[in-house]
Design a protein around this ligand. Structure first.
Ligand SMILES: *[C@@H]1O[C@H](CO)[C@@H](O)[C@H](O)[C@H]1NC(C)=O
Ligand SMILES: *[C@@H]1O[C@H](CO)[C@@H](O)[C@H](O)[C@H]1NC(C)=O
Ligand SMILES: *[C@@H]1O[C@H](CO)[C@@H](O)[C@H](O)[C@H]1NC(C)=O
Ligand SMILES: *[C@@H]1O[C@H](CO)[C@@H](O)[C@H](O)[C@H]1NC(C)=O
Ligand SMILES: *[C@@H]1O[C@H](CO)[C@@H](O)[C@H](O)[C@H]1NC(C)=O
Ligand SMILES: *[C@@H]1O[C@H](CO)[C@@H](O)[C@H](O)[C@H]1NC(C)=O
Length: 456
């Protein structure tokens, strides 16, 4: 007994020794283009280990229980192809991004539509928009641009004036917990989508909506256009008198990116320069307390849920594109993306296979493993590719080489998709699904954080 005990301790020591010397880290030299591509290649491979949608019998782009995360995966794949030129994953990308668009081409697929939030649908719309803007070829039944338009049409039809003077609700159906909330990422996301459609198509309809959503947001408790605080959500029951002020990077990023597009689209209008500067400074001040990107509401307590792990990755991408659209911001943004990518790379020593962690500022692996970690690391690595832009990285428009087919009437519009889903009998399974998605997506709600503890 004693002997074998000693033996196993010895064994463990030897294993630990071997493991620590053999564990591959991701070498990242931020000044070397190839080094960034190699790092992104490693984490993209790692993130695709969690994707089986291209295998026989599996559903492309489907992530049951966390449907919206498919859009985060495809957003990362789009940028991987765009910034590195490696098209290894393009077949999975175009298949999955198309498959989940649903029968009507608006990312309300019937398998999921009865418990989606506006934000879930919106992220898929942003992925389709990015596909159009990065000239990812149209191949399926619906063009990428028309899918973004389909999301725009269904969401603007849901603009709600029953309380708070306007705004998009968080969730779509009365039986959902978030139906009585208006939140920043849904409204900021639709603002951003409108701004991007405005710039791509030059159609005034989208410009008007971008302005309308911006004006409503800044007149509400969600976006403060003096301090540039972006709150998380607000309750309709008291007419949005106050807000839940949990701080999440993607709420800032969603609005910042939208303002950057409007700035670029209006050829540098001061009206949009002020918000770009204000939101950017507040973002950098809030989420980089140690000089490295950190979602401060969940990382120090190690309670980031699946969704929350993705926020700083999404926002890293938005910061990178902001430098392309508003070149004066590059001096502020680039050093933060560099320090964050370097720290992220140091977190990728897990499991003996370069798995990345959540908390980059620890400069080592934090013991967590997941697709979300790989996606966020991929995004922050690729964000640094802006240092090597030779004028080909900026998103295009219909006038500068974008040729995705437009369909201004795309999607089911008129909220009709919603009516369909509402008519469907709600099964217990649907309700359970709704509850799960709801909990997963209540960014910053203590209850959700308590049972979604990551790690261990
Ligand atoms: C690394 O190991 C973890 C834990 O076994 C696994 O979940 C993950 O898919 C692996 N990643 C790669 C790239 O092999
Ligand atoms: C699915 O994609 C992975 C890469 O993510 C690849 O290794 C695998 O061979 C693909 N499977 C099929 C059936 O194409
Ligand atoms: C919906 O579910 C069916 C049955 O599992 C599947 O065949 C189909 O591909 C799914 N569609 C989407 C968009 O996930
Ligand atoms: C702040 O937003 C409000 C509401 O949209 C607007 O009336 C006001 O002009 C804005 N202030 C500045 C300085 O832009
Ligand atoms: C808009 O973006 C393009 C592409 O990056 C850039 O060349 C141009 O300077 C930007 N416009 C403004 C007003 O900054
Ligand atoms: C759009 O442009 C791409 C190249 O960027 C090309 O491969 C494709 O055929 C074009 N599509 C149409 C409909 O012209």
């Amino acid at each position: 007994m004693h002997l074998s005990g000693t033996w196993s301790i010895l064994n463990g020591l030897i294993a630990a020794l071997l493991f620590s010397t053999l564990t591959p880290a991701i070498e990242l030299d931020i000044n070397d283009e190839q080094s960034i591509k190699d790092a992104a290649s490693t984490t993209t491979y790692g993130m695709m280990k969690w994707y089986a949608g291209n295998e026989t019998g599996q559903i492309p782009g489907s992530f049951p229980e966390k449907w919206w995360e498919g859009s985060a995966l495809f957003l990362a794949l789009l940028q991987y192809w765009h910034f590195t030129g490696d098209d290894t994953y393009n077949p999975q990308l175009s298949q999955g991004l198309e498959w989940q668009s649903g029968d009507k081409g608006d990312y309300m697929p019937s398998n999921y539509s009865s418990y989606l939030g506006n934000d879930d649908q919106m992220f898929w719309g942003l992925a389709a928009m990015m596909a159009a803007e990065l000239k990812f070829p149209d191949t399926g039944k619906f063009s990428w641009l028309s899918l973004a338009q389909g999301v725009f049409n269904t969401q603007t039809a849901r603009w709600d004036t029953t309380a708070c003077g306007g705004g998009l609700r968080w969730q779509i159906f009365p039986y959902q917990d978030g139906y009585t909330l208006k939140n920043s990422v849904s409204n900021g996301g639709l603002f951003q989508l409108s701004a991007r459609l405005a710039r791509y198509t030059n159609d005034d309809k989208y410009t008007k909506w971008a302005e309308k959503i911006w004006d409503w947001s800044t007149s509400s408790v969600l976006v403060n256009n003096k301090t540039w605080n972006v709150a998380d959500s607000t309750e309709m029951s008291n007419n949005c008198a106050d807000a839940g002020n949990y701080q999440w990077s993607y709420n800032y990023g969603a609005y910042l990116m939208g303002a950057a597009y409007m700035y670029n689209f209006t050829n540098g209008d001061e009206k949009w320069k002020t918000p770009v500067d204000g939101l950017l400074q507040k973002t950098l001040k809030t989420f980089f307390p140690k000089g490295i990107f950190e979602d401060i509401t969940c990382e120090p307590t190690k309670k980031c849920n699946f969704n929350e792990i993705l926020f700083k990755g999404l926002t890293s991408s938005w910061l990178a594109f902001t430098t392309l659209l508003v070149p004066e911001t590059a001096a502020l943004i680039k050093p933060k993306l560099a320090s964050s990518a370097e720290a992220a790379a140091k977190s990728c020593t897990g499991n003996g296979n370069s798995s990345c962690g959540i908390t980059w500022y620890q400069n080592k692996w934090d013991g967590t493993t997941g697709m979300e970690q790989e996606i966020s690391a991929t995004n922050v690595f690729l964000a640094n590719m802006i240092n090597f832009d030779t004028g080909t990285f900026a998103p295009v428009t219909a006038k500068t080489g974008g040729n995705s087919t437009s369909d201004p009437n795309a999607g089911s519009g008129n909220g009709k998709d919603g009516d369909d889903a509402r008519e469907k009998p709600i099964t217990t399974g649907d309700k359970a699904g709704a509850g799960i998605l709801t909990l997963l997506f209540v960014a910053g709600w203590a209850a959700a954080m308590a049972w979604m503890v990551i790690g261990a």
